[in-house]
Ligand binder design. Structure first.
Ligand SMILES: Cc1cc2nc3c(=O)[nH]c(=O)nc-3n(C[C@H](O)[C@H](O)[C@H](O)COP(=O)(O)OP(=O)(O)OC[C@H]3O[C@@H](n4cnc5c(N)ncnc54)[C@H](O)[C@@H]3O)c2cc1C
Length: 441
C-alpha cells in the first residue's frame, strides 16, 4: 500500500511516522510519500509554519518515543508562568508545578537572525520521518485527481512529476490553497471557519528577555477593539508577538505594540524595526465537515484543532489516530468516519464549544474596567495561598491560556459554588469602588 501524505507539519509528519512504525495486517509496512515543498531548514516565513511555538514537554516525549533525537538547541525557553496584563493592572501567575512547557521555533529562526537548523521544530519532525523510512517529496502538491474507478489510484501532481497513491492523507493546514481545491473534489469537504491573526518576531536580546521575562509569557487582555488577546512569548533572543482576533492585521499588531501597557514590557529605547519577521496566518475556529471519502482523510487543523490553543497537540492526535485507522485496513468512507472522525469529534468538537464560551467570557471581562479590576484582584489575592492547587482562578487562567486541560473541566471549575461566590464578592467590591487599579507591574 502506498500512502501520499500532503503536508509535513505536525499532523502530516506524525501520521507518516506512525504509519511507518506500524504494520498492515499482513505484516508489511506501508510505503509513505510525504509531500511538502517548504524548507524547514530555512529561517523566516519560507521555512516556518507560523505559530508561537508553545508546546508541552509531552510533545517532545512523544517525539522521542517515535525515535526523534531532540537537539539541545531546540528549546528556546522553559515557561515559568504567565503575566496577565489587564486594563486594571497586571498580575503574575506561576505555572502549574506539575507542568513543563517550552517555547520553540517552527523554522530555523526568524528572518532577521542567522538560521540554525537545530532549533527548527518542523525540521526535527521531518528528520524523524526520514529516519522512520518515510520518503520526502520536496515539492508542493499542485493538483489531486480522485480515482477513476473503485480501487484505482489517486493522482498527485507536483510541478515536476505525477505520483499514484492508494491512500491520500490531507495534512495541508488552513493556510494552503489546497483547502479550496479539496472543497471542489466532490466528496463534500467544507473547510473550517478561520480567524486571520498577526504574528511577529521582535529581536530584543537575550539579556533583556532574561531580566524582564525570564520564562514568563505575557498575556494582554486589554479590551482593544477587534483583539481578543495578545501575547509576548519569550524565545532566546526574540519575543514572539501574537495578536488574535477575528480579522487582525499588521496595523493591529503595530498598534498593540505601541499600547502603553504593552510598551512597558519592551526595552525603554525600543522602536519598531524597519524590517522584522512577521506573518498573518489563518487559525481555525470551527471544525471542517465531511473530511473522509473512500481511502482519503483530512487531518490536522484542516480537519479539527483545539480552539485557539494547543493546535500542535491536536495535530499530533489526529495524525496518530489517522495512521492507526489506515493500518487497521478498512478504508471505506464509513469505517474512516467510525474509527477516525468520531474519536476526533469526541475529543474536540463539544469541548471547543466550552473553549469558545471561555474566550467570550474573557472578551467580556477584558472589555470592562469593573470586571478586569475584579479579576485581577481575585488572581492576585489567591497567590497568597501556598498550594497552587487551591488557587481556582489561577487554574482557570493557566489552563485556558496553555490549552493543557479540556475546556469543559475549566468551565466546571469556574462554576463551582466557591468560585462563583468569590467572583461575586470581587465584582461587588470593584463596582462599589473599594478596589483600585494598579498602574505598575
Ligand atoms: C499565530 C498562531 C500561533 C499559534 N501558536 C501555537 C502555539 O503556541 N502552540 C500550539 O500548539 N499551536 C499553535 N498554533 C496552532 C498550530 O500552529 C497549528 O494548529 C498546527 O501547526 C497545525 O498543524 P498541521 O500539521 O495541521 O498544519 P500546519 O502546521 O499548517 O502544516 C501544514 C503543512 O502543509 C504544507 N502544505 C500546504 N500546502 C501544501 C501542498 N499543496 N502540498 C504539500 N504540502 C503542503 C505546508 O507547507 C505545511 O508544512 C498557532 C497558530 C497560529 C496561527
Amino acid at each position: 500500500m502506498r500512502v501520499g501524505v500532503i503536508g509535513g507539519g505536525p499532523a502530516g509528519a506524525v501520521c507518516a511516522i506512525e504509519l511507518r512504525r506500524g504494520a498492515l495486517h499482513g505484516g508489511d509496512r506501508p510505503e509513505v510519500l510525504l509531500f511538502d515543498g517548504k524548507s524547514f531548514a530555512q529561517a523566516g516565513p519560507q521555512g516556518c509554519n507560523m505559530c508561537a511555538g508553545v508546546i508541552p514537554r509531552a510533545i517532545l516525549d512523544r517525539l522521542a518515543a517515535m525515535g526523534a533525537e531532540i537537539p539541545a538547541a531546540l528549546v528556546q525557553r522553559e515557561i515559568t508562568g504567565h503575566y496577565f496584563e489587564t486594563r486594571a493592572g497586571g498580575v503574575h501567575i506561576p505555572k502549574d508545578p506539575d507542568a513543563t512547557i517550552y517555547t520553540v521555533f517552527r523554522s530555523a529562526g526568524p528572518r532577521t537572525a542567522e538560521p540554525e537548523i537545530a532549533q527548527s521544530f518542523d525540521y526535527l519532525l521531518l528528520r524523524t520521518a526520514l529516519q522512520a523510512g518515510v520518503v520526502h517529496v520536496d515539492e508542493h502538491v499542485r493538483e489531486l485527481q480522485m480515482p477513476e474507478a473503485p480501487g484505482a489510484p489517486f493522482r498527485l501532481q507536483t510541478a515536476r512529476e505525477a505520483y499514484e497513491v492508494d491512500v491520500v492523507v490531507g495534512a495541508f493546514g488552513v493556510n494552503s490553497p489546497l483547502v479550496r481545491r479539496f472543497a471542489e473534489l466532490g466528496f463534500g469537504y467544507q473547510p473550517p471557519g478561520t480567524y486571520r491573526v498577526a504574528q511577529a518576531e521582535m529581536p530584543v536580546g537575550a539579556d533583556f528577555i532574561t531580566a524582564v521575562f525570564g520564562g514568563e509569557i505575557k498575556i494582554f487582555a486589554l479590551g482593544l477593539p477587534g483583539v481578543a488577546f495578545g501575547a509576548l512569548t519569550p524565545k532566546r533572543t526574540h519575543l514572539t508577538v501574537t495578536v488574535i482576533g477575528r480579522d487582525v492585521d499588521r496595523a493591529d499588531l503595530e498598534r498593540f505594540l505601541e499600547h502603553p501597557r504593552v510598551r512597558r514590557h519592551l526595552p525603554p529605547d525600543w522602536s519598531l524595526p524597519p524590517v522584522y519577521c512577521r506573518c498573518a496566518p489563518r487559525i481555525p475556529v470551527t471544525a471542517a465537515k465531511n473530511v473522509v471519502a473512500d481511502r482519503l482523510l483530512v487531518i490536522g487543523e484542516a480537519h479539527i484543532a483545539r480552539y485557539l490553543k494547543g493546535g500542535i497537540e491536536s495535530a499530533f492526535f489526529t495524525g496518530a489516530r489517522a495512521a492507526e485507522t489506515i493500518l487497521a485496513g478498512d478504508l471505506s468512507q464509513q469505517a474512516l468516519f467510525e474509527h477516525y472522525v468520531r474519536p476526533c469529534h469526541a475529543r474536540y468538537l463539544r469541548d471547543n464549544e466550552y473553549g469558545r464560551f471561555l474566550f467570550r467570557l474573557n472578551d467580556a471581562i477584558s472589555g470592562s474596567q469593573v470586571l478586569s479590576r475584579a479579576g485581577r484582584w481575585l488572581l492576585e489575592r489567591e497567590q497568597r495561598r501556598p498550594n497552587w492547587r487551591d488557587r481556582h482562578h489561577t487554574h482557570i487562567m493557566w489552563y485556558t491560556f496553555t490549552g493543557s486541560a479540556p475546556y469543559c473541566e475549566i468551565v466546571r471549575e469556574a462554576f463551582l459554588p466557591s468560585s462563583i461566590l468569590r467572583t461575586l464578592l470581587a465584582v461587588t467590591l470593584s463596582a462599589t469602588g473599594l478596589l483600585k487599579d494598579k498602574t505598575d507591574g
